[in-house]
Ligand binder design. Structure first.
Ligand code: NOJ
Length: 551
């Protein structure tokens, strides 16, 4: 089925560019990126050719977790601007034909949120505590945590407050989890959705969408027991009741014309993901499967086929992601040895701490990253790009300990280097106090090698990764947004798919012949050859050529 690119369906095949606001562009020189900085770069986003911009949180926050610790979800952090600045940004994006998507963080607030302060001030038994998960501790004096659950950020998931009670936080202690059985919690988030939708936001990215519903029995199971539970049985991961929340949200989205969209960040089994992507719920869910896959033809094909099938089940469209603000940049992942202990788990790798990356092959990593991106952009569904990947940026592995900001670094006593290495402010120019990021010093230091990957350098170079992304996004638009993929026979280590007349061939670990047709684009310079070397993708237009056709 070929879908018209109408207003309501814009998200199905959209290219969505993730902006991590604090590291994108800084207009006032305080070292922190801001909304005016983003507005000043709208022409860049338009020239890149993206359909939408997803803004990671820009709300008031102590930055205990890069802004995912939200003090007030209906305001702008004064360091990042004002609501007027937000409106100006949305207006500039709209004028450029780009939609805005904002991040909603519903699982937790920050510990500075008015509700949490009220809960602390009120003491045990106060009704304000019911908006969170407060418990008495175990042991005669209650000084043992209610359960031994360990946070993925390091340390325990329970923290004791001065009056002796404990509260639950799946992430950092500064991110207390909300109790979604509380009607005020539900009502307040619907208010937040409307607040941003009324300001012209087209869609929402839902943070840890699989964690909101919780059923915490009197006797909490221990950590070891949690790991044995089947999906749906866990007291707070991927519970079936969570979908009741999203059914309610769908009604809110549908109050608008066109209806607002949402994409779930849900780290769940692929077959459970469909429920988040249900049209009666959030409508779309991130598929992180390629982000976890090795650079391997068979693995890529299995992931692609499975996700296209899952998308058909719900009438959603798939999402494709290789990088985001939580994982090691894909140019770096693909430059690390595969299938060894050095392979990043969930995108992170202890080898990346303190610059000890002896086996990182930067050139090979970038070559594969470019090939992988072209393959992604040939697929049906939406593609999410993370700021800086269009410059071919590598992870910054060797940030000094004292500048690291990620709570995982602190909470694991440095065992996990954390995610700052992919959040270093973008290089726009080859010189200046922060390589054109802004007039001041950047909040995370940029390495000297960033200058060679700056926008200033890459936009003048037709062989740069920036030029490749621009050409690929332009060429993608010139093909119909079909949902159908045909796989052609290809040798081992090679994938060859066709979609609406566009043939995409990726040579993983051995060379491949190109099919007949005009080479539209290749991830490396083929110098006119009809063979594709390993670690390369090419797009071939096999449509009958008409004289007026241009790409
Ligand atoms: C997922 C976000 O992507 C990540 O950056 C954040 O730390 C956690 N959720 C907690 O909000």
């Amino acid at each position: 089925m070929t879908r018209a690119r109408d207003e309501r369906d814009w998200w199905r095949h959209a290219v969505v560019y993730q902006v991590y606001p604090r590291s994108f562009a800084d207009s006032d020189g305080d070292g922190i990126g801001d909304l005016r900085g983003i507005t000043s770069r709208v022409p860049y986003l338009a020239a890149l050719g993206v359909d939408a911009v997803w803004l990671s949180p820009f709300y008031p926050s102590a930055l205990a977790d890069g802004g995912y610790d939200v003090d007030d979800p209906r305001a702008v952090d004064p360091r990042l601007g004002t609501l007027d600045d937000f409106d100006e940004l949305v207006a500039a994006l709209t004028d450029a034909g780009i939609r805005a998507v904002v991040d909603i963080v519903p699982n937790h607030t920050s510990d500075r949120h008015a509700w949490f302060r009220e809960a602390l001030d009120g003491g045990p038994g106060h009704p304000a505590r019911a908006r969170y998960h407060f418990r008495d501790g175990r042991g005669p004096d209650g000084d043992l945590p209610p359960a031994d659950w360990r946070s993925g950020f390091g340390g325990l998931m329970w923290t004791r407050v001065p009056d002796g009670q404990w509260y639950l936080h799946v992430h950092a202690a500064e991110q207390p989890d909300l109790d979604w059985d509380h009607p005020e919690v539900r009502a307040d988030f619907e208010r937040t959705l409307r607040f941003w939708a009324d300001r012209g936001v087209a869609g929402f990215r839902i943070d840890v969408a699989h964690l909101l519903a919780k059923a915490l029995p009197e006797d909490l199971p221990g950590e070891a027991e949690l790991e044995r539970l089947a999906p749906g049985e866990h007291p707070f991961v991927d519970r079936d009741e969570v979908h009741e929340i999203y059914t309610g949200w769908r009604k809110v989205f549908d109050e608008y014309d066109p209806p607002r969209t949402a994409v779930a960040e849900a780290w769940v089994e692929p077959h459970r993901r469909t429920r988040y992507a249900d049209p009666a719920g959030l409508g779309q869910a991130f598929n992180f499967d390629l982000l976890r896959a090795d650079w391997d033809a068979a693995e890529f094909r299995a992931v692609i086929e499975r996700n296209l099938a899952l998308a058909r089940l719900t009438d959603a469209s798939s999402t494709w992601v290789l990088s985001n603000h939580d994982v090691v940049r894909h140019a770096t992942r693909y430059g690390l040895p595969q299938g060894t202990s050095e392979r990043p788990q969930d995108g992170r790798d202890w080898l990346l701490s303190r610059g000890t990356t002896p086996s990182l092959d930067r050139a090979r990593g970038l070559r594969r990253a470019r090939a992988a991106t072209l393959l992604l952009l040939a697929l049906p569904g939406s593609t999410y790009l993370y700021q800086g990947e269009e410059l071919g940026l590598h992870e910054v592995p060797d940030l000094p300990d004292e500048v690291r900001q990620d709570p995982t670094f602190r909470r694991t006593a440095g065992t996990d280097p954390g995610r700052d290495g992919c959040r270093v402010p973008l290089p726009w120019r080859t010189s200046g106090p922060s390589l054109g990021f802004g007039p001041g010093t950047a909040h995370l230091p940029q390495p000297a090698w960033f200058a060679q990957s700056s926008v200033e350098v890459e936009q003048q170079d037709p062989a740069s990764t920036l030029s490749l992304y621009r050409s690929a996004l332009a060429a993608r638009r010139s093909f119909p947004a079909s949902d159908e993929v045909v796989w052609h026979v290809a040798g081992p280590g090679v994938l060859h798919l066709e979609r609406a007349g566009l043939h995409c061939v990726t040579a993983f670990d051995r060379a491949a012949w190109l099919p007949a047709g005009r080479v539209v684009l290749a991830s490396e310079d083929l110098q006119g050859a009809r063979t594709l070397p390993p670690d390369t993708t090419a797009w071939i237009d096999a449509r009958p050529r008409r004289s007026e056709d241009t790409l």
